[in-house]
Ligand binder design. Sequence first.
Ligand code: SF4
Length: 417
Amino acid sequence: MKAARLKKKEGLCPFNPGYLKLLLAVQGMSLGKGVAEEVGFTLSTRRGVAGGVDLILPGDLWVNVPVDKTTTEKSPYCLEKKKGGYFLTGYGNEIKVEPVRQPHFYERVTSKGTPFYQIAALHGGSVYISPTNRCQFFDDDLNCRFCDEKKTFYPIAREFISVEEILEIIEVAFNEGVADSVDFNIGYFDTEDRGISFLEPYINAVKRNFDTIVAVDAQPPKSNKWIDKTYAMGVDKLSYHMEIFDMEVFDSLCPGKAKEIGWERYVEALKYAAGVFPSGAVSSNLIIGLEAPASTMEGIDLLTGIGVVPILPIFRPIEGAALEVTLPDMDEMSAILAHLYSSVKASSINMTWSKNISTYMTPLEGRYFSGDDAKLQVVMQNIYKTKIGGKAVRSIAGLRRRLKVKEVEDSFESSGL
Ligand code: SF4
C-alpha cells in the first residue's frame, strides 16, 4: 500500500533504480515459469544471509531479491523471461533487468572434497569466504539475535578450511570471470586480536597469488596495534559492524558484541581504523529496521563524523532467528537513504570503495533519494571497476601501505608482540 503510494507520488518509482532496489529488497519477487532453472538458481546451493536472487538493475545497481514465499506473498513483482531477455513486471510496468546467474564455481569441490558453495558465496563481484565454520558468540548464546549461524557459516564438518582450498576457490571464481575481489568474513574470536592473526596466512596467500582487493569483516581487536597490523598485512578494506546505533537496542540485540567488546570500542576502533586506511575503506553496517529511523540517521552522522562509511542492510527475517521486526515505511526508508548520501558527501569520504553490493544500500546509491545525481562519484566508481582503473588504484594503495608497514613493524618490535 505504502509502496503504491510512493510510486504514485514519485511517478518515477519503477524507473528510478534506487527506489526499485529498495522496493525489491523489501517486497521480493516471484519467479516466472522456468526462470529458476534458467538462471541456475537452486535452493540447495543458496549461501549467505541474503539468500535470494541477485539482479542487475538499470544504472548498474545490484540487488539481492528475496524469492521465498513468506516475503513475496504480497509482492507485485515477477521476474519473467520473454523475447529479448529478462523483464521485471509489477505495478503495471515492465523493465529489462539482468539476473546474475548462479556461478559455475558453486558446483565444484575442493581438493579435500568440500563443495565450494559451503565455503564461498558470490555477492556483487566479490567472493565472500568464511575460512571458519563458526562464530564463538553462539557457544554462549551471545549471538546477535538477527543472525543464524547456519546461514552465515555453512555447517561443514571441519572447523577451519585450509589456505590451499581457499586459493583453489578464488582461482576458479576469478577464471570464471564472476569475481575480481575477495571478502573474508569471520565471526567472533575470543582472542586479543579477534581473529586477524588467524586470517593472516589466508590474506598473505591471496596477496601473493592474485592482484586483487582484499576486504575483511571482523570484530574490533582489543588494542589498536592489531588494526595497524591488519592494514600492514595487506587488507584493503575493513569492516567492524556496529549494526545498531541505539545503545540500549545494541545491548539487547547484540549481547555478545555488548558484553565482550562494547559499543564504545566499536566507535573507538572504527575511528582509529579510518585514520590508518585510505578514505572510504573503513565501513560499518547499520541495519535498517532494528531501531527507529531517527536513530539510524544519528548513527550515520556519528560514523561519517569519524571518517567511516555507513553501509545499510535492510533487515530481512532469517528463518531460525526469532526476531519480529516492523520495517520503517518506504517514505521513512527513503529519508534515511537521502540522509546517508548527504552525510557521507558532506564529510568528503570517498564513496567509491563500496561497489556493486547487492545485499546493502550504499552511500552512492543514496543519491537516487536525494535528487543529486553525483556524476563525478559515479564516473570514478566506473573507472575503479575497469581493469586499468583497478590496477592504478591498487598501485597507489600498495605504495601507501609500504610506507605504513615500516611504522607498524617498528611498533610491534618495540612492544615485543
Ligand atoms: S558477530 Fe553477530 S552477526 Fe556476526 S556472525 Fe557472530 S552472531 Fe552473527
